[in-house]
Design a binder for this molecule. Structure first.
Ligand code: PAF
Length: 319
C-alpha cells in the first residue's frame, strides 16, 4: 500500500516537474516602453502573470523593424509581436482592406469594426499564414510631417519624398497625391530624415511624440488620412501548448492590453498636438479633407478593383 502510494507520488512529481517550469513569452513592439504599445504590452504582462501565477513570465522587448518581428513570430524565435498593420498585408493580404485612406470616420468607427465580426473574421485569416491573430490594438490616425513646407492642401504634397511603411495601399495613395513614397522600416526613419533621404513621414500623434520626431521635422498637418490599426500576433504553437484555462487567461489579458493601449492613444491624441507645438512644430489643423479625398479618387478606384470591394462597403456602412 505504502509502496504504491509512494510510487504514485513519485510519478505525480515527475509529471508535475516540467509543467511547473516557467515559460517565457517574449512580446516585441517597435516603440519606447513609455508609449501606447508599451502601455498595451505592460497591461497584458501584468494581467497574464497575475492570472497564471509563476508559470509564465512575459518579457517585453523593443524591435522597431515590424516586418522582421513578424517573421520572428512566424518562425517561432519570439512568441508575440504588437505591430501596426503596415507590413501585415505582406503576410495576411486581407488586412490590406483596413489600410485604405479615409475608410474609418473616427476611432469609434474603427474600434467598433475591429471588435466586431469583421475584426474577428480578419483575425481568423492569420492562421493560414502560420500566425495567430489575437487582438486588435491601435496605433491611431496618421498625420503628415515634413521638413520643407506647410502642407495646407493636396497640391503641397507634390514632389515631397515621404517615407511610408512597407505597405502598397499607402504607397499607392502617396504616389496618387504626387509624392515620392519611399517605403522603409521604422528603424531607418530618423537617419533618413536627418540625412535628407526623405523630406517627410506620416504617423499618429502618439508616435510623433514618443519618438521626438519634432527634432527632425518642422511641419505637421493633421491630415488624419488613414487609420492605423495595430494587432497582437502570436506564434500559434504558443497558444496550442497552453491549457484551455491559460489560453482563456491570455485572451483576457490581451483584452486588458487593448484597453490600456487605446486609452493611451486617446490621451496622447488629446495632449500631443499642444506638446508638439510647445516643442516648436508648426501645426496645420484646418484640413480640407474633401480635397484630399477628391485627389485620391484614382487610388480609391484601384482599391475597389484590387481589394475586397464588398468588405470595404461593409466597413464603410458600419454604424
Ligand atoms: O510608421 C510605422 O512604421 C509605424 O506606425 C510604427 C511607428 C512602427 C508603429 O507601429
Amino acid at each position: 500500500m505504502f509502496r504504491r502510494t509512494a510510487l504514485a507520488a513519485g510519478l505525480t512529481a515527475l509529471l508535475a516537474g516540467p509543467a511547473a517550469a516557467q515559460t517565457q513569452i517574449t512580446i516585441q513592439h517597435p516603440l519606447p516602453l513609455n508609449s501606447h504599445y508599451g502601455a498595451g504590452a505592460t497591461a497584458l504582462k501584468e494581467a497574464f502573470e497575475r492570472a497564471a501565477g509563476n508559470r509564465y513570465r512575459v518579457v517585453i522587448q523593443r524591435n522597431d523593424n515590424e516586418r522582421e518581428a513578424i517573421e520572428s513570430v512566424q518562425i517561432g524565435t519570439i512568441e508575440c509581436v504588437i505591430t501596426s498593420t503596415g507590413p501585415v498585408g505582406n503576410f495576411v493580404p486581407d488586412t490590406r482592406n483596413l489600410d485604405v485612406p479615409f475608410l474609418f470616420r473616427d476611432s469609434a468607427h474603427a474600434r467598433g469594426v475591429l471588435d466586431g465580426p469583421i475584426g474577428q473574421e480578419l483575425l481568423g485569416r492569420f492562421n493560414a499564414r502560420g500566425l495567430a491573430g489575437v487582438a486588435w490594438m491601435e496605433n491611431g490616425f496618421r498625420h503628415l510631417t515634413n521638413s520643407r513646407r506647410e502642407v495646407n492642401n493636396p497640391a503641397d504634397i507634390r514632389g515631397l519624398k515621404v517615407r511610408t511603411m512597407e505597405n502598397q495601399v499607402h504607397m499607392r495613395a502617396f504616389s496618387t497625391l504626387g509624392a515620392l513614397p519611399t517605403p522603409m522600416a521604422f528603424s531607418e526613419l530618423v537617419p533618413a530624415l536627418q540625412q535628407g533621404t526623405v523630406d517627410g513621414q506620416e504617423n499618429p500623434i502618439p508616435v510623433i511624440v514618443a519618438n521626438n520626431l519634432n527634432q527632425v521635422q518642422r511641419f505637421l498637418t493633421l491630415t488624419s488620412h488613414v487609420y492605423s490599426p495595430a494587432v497582437l500576433i502570436c506564434n500559434p504553437a504558443l497558444l496550442a501548448r497552453m491549457s484551455a484555462a491559460d489560453r482563456a487567461a491570455f485572451q483576457e489579458a490581451a483584452r486588458a492590453g487593448v484597453a490600456a493601449n487605446r486609452a493611451r492613444v486617446t490621451a496622447d491624441e488629446e495632449s500631443g498636438v499642444e506638446e508638439l507645438r510647445r516643442r516648436g512644430m508648426t501645426v496645420v489643423t484646418t484640413v480640407n479633407t474633401a480635397a484630399f479625398q477628391e485627389a485620391l479618387a484614382p487610388a480609391f478606384a484601384e482599391y475597389e478593383r484590387t481589394l475586397n470591394a464588398a468588405l470595404l462597403r461593409r466597413i464603410r456602412d458600419w454604424q
